[in-house]
Design a protein around this ligand. Structure first.
Ligand code: G3H
Ligand code: ZN
Length: 291
């Protein structure tokens, strides 16, 4: 874990851990955070497993937690006070505009995703280039998306549009991004039936772009598909829904047998299940003991 000039631990940018993952053929878990407790549970379990981790924060979660600076300070202070020594990346998830990415960078995020995939390719490229320029000046890494990852995102539902290979090569060569999230058939939220991942396309894009690939919608994908995806070039798996499901199930069960009213007790009742799922994901991705 790097230290800054006054000896404080620092959170790192995505490149520090994704390039290693690509070379070692394993993947780094990206877990979305929603509050202080989730952040603590994730940091503690990843520390225990000695796994690097990417803490993803959506615009919705940033708003919920009180703003960019609150999130950045919370993560930095927890890393310090919990004595976390694994590499930790603070990542903006699905940033929808150049301004949102700017706000995250200014607040101290070490990695940003600009998701301009809903625009035409030329606009997506132009917006991404702008973010890359701004981010690289501050040693912040950039992820971007081509095609459309379907499913439920912030309450709206949409279908998958697989990324075209030619669009991907053009996009990557023109933008200078650090990691790449082409839509490959995964969806956000709960899958209806088997995920339809296009492994051939995944492998082709990995070979042609030579970048660490990111798979969004990482919850609910069968383990053998995840393993195959890692072999095809996936270096970062985004997981949100799986943690939400195990945590909320555990809390529901707890409240059936306990009439607790202290919010600390209620939130904590999901800790063990959440940590077990985090450990299972680390084992599946092969990111444990990789620091
Ligand atoms: O960006 C975040 C994710 O892609 C999470 O997707 O909720 O389906 O795990 P998920
Ligand atoms: Zn996503």
């Amino acid at each position: 874990m790097p230290y800054n000039e006054i000896g404080d631990r620092m959170i790192v940018n995505g490149n520090e851990i994704l390039i290693k993952a690509k070379m070692g053929k394993y993947a780094i878990p990206h877990f979305n955070i929603n509050n202080l407790e989730w952040t603590r549970f994730i940091l503690e379990e990843c520390q225990e497993a000695k796994s690097p981790v990417i803490l993803g924060v959506s615009e919705g979660a940033i708003k919920y937690m009180g703003g960019y600076k609150v999130v950045a300070d919370l993560v930095k202070d927890l890393v310090k006070s919990l004595n976390i020594t694994i590499p930790v990346v603070l990542h903006l998830d699905h940033g929808s505009s150049v301004e949102v990415a700017h706000n995250a960078i200014e607040a101290g995020f070490t990695s940003v995703m600009i998701d301009a995939s809903k625009y035409d390719l030329a606009t997506n490229i132009a917006m991404t280039k702008e973010v890359v320029k701004m981010a690289h000046e501050k040693n912040v890494s950039v992820e971007a998306e081509v095609g459309h990852i379907g499913g439920n995102e912030d309450g709206t539902s949409s279908s998958v549009a697989y990324a075209e290979v030619e669009d991907c090569t053009k996009f990557v060569s023109e933008t200078n991004i650090d990691s790449f999230a082409p839509a490959l058939g995964s969806v956000h939220g709960i899958y209806k039936g088997e995920p339809k991942l296009d492994f051939e396309r995944m492998q082709k894009i990995a070979n042609l772009t030579n970048l660490p690939l990111v798979l969004h919608g990482g919850s609910g994908i069968p383990d053998d598909m995840i393993k195959k995806a890692i072999q095809c070039g996936i270096c970062k798996l985004n997981i949100n829904t799986d943690l939400q499901i195990v945590w909320s199930n555990a809390v529901r069960e707890f409240l059936k047998v306990d009439d607790a009213y202290d919010p600390r007790k209620i939130i904590k009742s999901g800790e063990a299940s959440m940590k077990k799922t985090i450990r299972d994901k680390i084992d599946l991705l092969g990111s444990g003991n990789k620091i």
